[in-house]
Design a protein around this ligand. Structure first.
Ligand code: GDP
Ligand code: IMO
Ligand code: MG
Length: 426
């Protein structure tokens, strides 16, 4: 059995796309199990940059089966646009499979996402406005439309009429125009025709692949601190990026999941609102933002920047079972005199051993830092751990010590070749 979960261990954008693509060169299957086009996974192949949103990062390997599993919310219009862009860039041979149990994001989800954000005012979440929250809400409220229904014209027509009975009331309540079922049906039935050939029972497919010994990667979206249950609620996404959710989100047994590679930047970023204990607001933040091109893949928003939060990493490790780490964007820290790592939190002057559950408390948390010496050498062409500058090595070792987790990948640039693999885990 060879499965590996790639999981964001911070607030997203840690480099999951790069790591998935790196491993996908040997993977038989890559599965996206949750989220939707709120994700933006950047892959750089020979300096060519691709930004994937709903499509798994194994799409560049024609031998890899790419699966969108039942835990995802899929915007069919955007998915087809993404596919067409890839095709226009020469990615024409690929294998794609879409779960008949995944949910469909429709125009009213995006409108409602935007309206809820507007009415929340200062309390807004800072969502990607891709309709993710409203689509998962409909799923939980049992008024969602699934892919299996979507590709059956009669079923889709009836479902959209039924859904709009409720959704139009909600739209009107929020001061928006009601939508016409026929207009949506006539546009979306064309998308349904196009995606129908990819739709199947992906739970059976994934199990079959695992059982026959295929190498299967589960590509997480978002990150542990954005988890609906364990993240900084309500400033979170509406699914669970934790590895523990993979079995449910894919329809497979939990014993198929053993190894979980937590992806972490060598510092921290966050996009959107919400607590961020190690956030820095100084020239150092601008330095890191510019060197790391820290602007959102999906919304182009500047990402908030902070020091590495090893306390939050340990929390992510505990709630999601991370047993290896990939340390990304280490090259970005080159040039800093000193680098800080947060190794604990204090609340109202007292050190605590837990991550508070309320925003009220999280906003009062103060990070406890240790300070490490920086390095000046450009490391973007370094190929082995031994060739890293001494202080960069000490920094990596410190992170291993603080998290009691082995760093198996160090990334020193966006390209595939800028990857130092310290131990083979896949
Ligand atoms: P994801 O959402 O976790 O897949 O991450 P994103 O793609 O949203 O953001 C990570 C960004 O960092 C992308 O622009 C990547 O191309 C880039 N990147 C990944 N690894 C490295 C690295 O080691 N060094 C540098 N400089 N950039 C990297
Ligand atoms: P990847 O997979 C970073 C954030 C949004 C917002 C919150 C809720 O590229 O790491 P949503 O649209 O999901 O309802 O927004 O979650 N968010 C992400 N931040 N990376 C992502 O994905 C994100 N997906 C959602 O900015 O704060
Ligand atoms: Mg991203």
């Amino acid at each position: 059995m060879s499965t590996l979960v790639i999981e964001g261990s911070q607030w997203g954008d840690e480099g999951k796309g790069k790591v998935t693509d790196y491993f996908a060169q040997q993977a038989d299957v890559v599965v996206r199990s949750q989220g939707g086009n709120n994700a933006g996974h950047t892959i750089t192949i020979n300096d060519e940059k691709y930004a994937l949103r709903s499509i798994p990062s194994g799409i560049f390997n024609p031998h890899t089966k790419n699966i969108l599993a039942n835990g995802m919310v899929i915007n069919p219009k955007q998915l087809l646009e993404e596919l067409h862009i890839l095709e226009s860039r020469g990615i024409k041979e690929y294998q794609l499979f879409i779960s008949n149990r995944a949910h469909i994001v429709l125009p009213y989800h995006e409108l409602l996402d935007e309206a809820y954000e507007k009415y929340k005012g200062d309390a807004k979440v800072g969502t990607t406005k891709r309709g993710i929250g409203p689509c998962y809400s409909d799923k939980a409220n049992r008024i969602g439309i699934r892919v299996g229904q979507f590709i059956d014209e009669e079923d889709f027509k009836n479902s959209i009429v039924e859904s709009l009975k409720i959704k139009n009331l909600e739209l009107k309540m929020l001061g928006l125009e009601p939508l016409d079922a026929d207009v949506i049906f006539n546009e979306y039935k064309e998308y349904a025709k196009e995606i129908k050939k990819y739709v199947c029972d992906t739970s059976m497919l994934i199990e079959k692949e695992i059982e026959k010994g295929s190498k299967v990667l589960f590509e997480g979206a978002q990150g542990a601190m954005l988890c609906l249950d364990h993240g900084t609620y309500p400033y979170v996404t509406s699914s669970s990026p934790a590895a523990a959710a993979v079995p449910v989100d894919c329809g497979i047994a939990p014993y198929y999941i053993k190894d979980v590679l937590g992806i972490s930047k060598a510092y921290t970023t966050r996009v959107g609102e919400g607590p961020f204990p190690t956030e820095i607001d100084s020239d150092i933040a601008s330095y890191i933002r510019e060197r790391g091109h820290e602007y959102g893949t999906v919304t182009k928003r500047p990402r908030r920047v902070g020091w590495l939060d090893a306390f939050a990493l340990n929390y992510a490790k505990r709630v999601s079972g991370i047993n290896y780490l990939a340390l990304m964007l280490l090259d970005v820290l080159t040039g800093l005199d000193e680098i800080k790592i947060c190794c604990g939190y204090s609340l109202d002057g007292k050190e605590i051993d837990y991550v508070p559950s309320t925003i009220k408390e999280l906003n009062r948390v103060k990070p406890i830092y240790i300070t490490m010496p920086g390095w000046k050498e450009d490391i973007s062409d370094v190929k082995t751990f031994g060739d890293l500058p001494k202080n960069a090595k000490i920094y990596v070792k410190k992170i291993e010590e603080l998290t009691k987790t082995k760093v198996v990948i160090i990334s020193v640039g966006p390209n595939r070749s800028q990857t130092i693999e310290l131990e083979k885990i896949f």
